[in-house]
Write a protein that binds this ligand. Structure first.
Ligand code: TMP
Length: 215
């Protein structure tokens, strides 16, 4: 499925400032007059938002790892069909807060579910589309978790032990090493403005070289 747009994703453990950086990047695109869509996973559609509530509710502590995996997958399938693919086809830049790497990092490295199954499911949900560029915001687990707790932002996954989040962080680093062309690691321990400047610089370079996104 060839398309004209550019698909950008943000990834990282809890409390790395992904949403803030997603917003700042979209502000930049707006100022530059670049048509874009800002979106998020899980969620991004009315159906996905309902799934997000189920996934993140602290009342759902009984959720099994497989149920969790399938709910993230269901939210993604809807999101790809309803929002991401139409936007890319119309030539827009899509800026998505979390995507398939989150499933590999959290359900694969974190929960220990079968990686082959996760990759297969990701392929089914996405129909094969991949981010053109991914910003992995990286910080120490402790710093990220305490940042979210200070902001009073606690959901079901954040209640997991620190060890779980360490596995997720390690997973992200491995993904970035395996796919170093696509995944750019950004130190999110720096000041917000510095992080944003770095992201914009990397993206500007990337867009100069991009002749249109591919499958
Ligand atoms: P957040 O986007 O507000 O950080 O919340 C989403 C939570 O869901 C976060 O803990 C990461 C988790 N998540 C997964 O475990 N797997 C996934 O595929 C996605 C998209 C998110």
């Amino acid at each position: 499925m060839p398309y004209e747009g550019i698909f950008i994703t943000f990834e990282g453990i809890e409390g790395t400032g992904k949403s803030t950086q997603t917003d700042l990047l979209c502000e930049h695109l707006f100022k530059e007059g670049i048509g874009h869509v800002r979106t998020v996973e899980p969620g991004g559609t009315p159906i996905g938002d309902e799934i997000r509530q189920i996934l993140l509710s602290v009342d759902n502590k009984a959720m099994s790892a497989r149920t969790e995996l399938l709910l993230y997958a269901a939210s993604r399938a809807q999101h790809v069909d309803e929002v991401i693919v139409p936007a890319l086809r119309s030539g827009k830049v899509v800026v998505c807060d979390r995507f398939t790497d989150s499933t590999v990092a959290y359900q694969g490295y974190g929960r220990g579910l079968d990686m082959e199954l996760i990759h297969k499911l990701n392929d089914i949900c996405t129909g094969g589309i991949k981010p053109d560029i991914t910003f992995l915001l990286d910080t120490e687990v402790e710093a990220g978790l305490s940042r979210n707790r200070t902001a009073n932002k606690v959901d079901r996954l954040e209640l997991e032990a620190e060890e779980f989040h360490q596995k997720v962080r390690k997973g992200y680093i491995e993904i970035s090493e395996k796919e170093s062309d696509r995944v750019r690691v950004i130190d999110s321990g720096q000041e917000i403005e510095k992080v944003s400047e770095e992201i914009i610089k990397v993206l500007t370079e990337f867009m100069k070289g991009a002749t249109g996104a591919s499958e």
